[in-house]
Design a protein around this ligand. Sequence first.
Ligand SMILES: [Zn+2]
Length: 171
Amino acid sequence: MSEYPMRGRPPIPWEDRYIPEPNSGCWLWTGGWMSDGYGRTSDGKKAHRWAYEINVSKIPKGMLVCHRCDTRSCVNPAHLFLGTHADNSRDMVRKGRSLRGTKNPRAKLSPGDVIEIRNSEHSSYALAQVFGVSSRTIESARSGETWPDVTDSRDPDLPDGWQAPDTDEGF
Ligand SMILES: [Zn+2]
């Protein structure tokens, strides 16, 4: 029961931590909240990530848990899916919430983008659309021709899947 730090209170059962919303099918978190609108567990995890881990599977290192329903407080495992930062960015582009993209001719990659690109299985063309740069820029970043000093420096001591995301956008 390591998910439940015992501080003199009995743990709240999973079923009592959300309210089903009949129209959307969302399960709305009833616990604490993060400032960005995500549910928060008593030990400070994002509730939707926790919901995914206990109901679906462990979250692979570096992966995000995204919402199909776009409701940040939702913890219905059926509404959650694993994605990369690139997937999440593409999702935001599709929803028109991204500030970058091909409309911005000066768009450049950040070190976090470069790590994401190198870890991604998507084509250079697809990533170029997501990050708003040319395919050539993606290929150069991937090969190490550009950004040779960027390495994935995530803390290996963090539990799988719980490291802080690189940006505050979305998820
Ligand atoms: Zn939902």
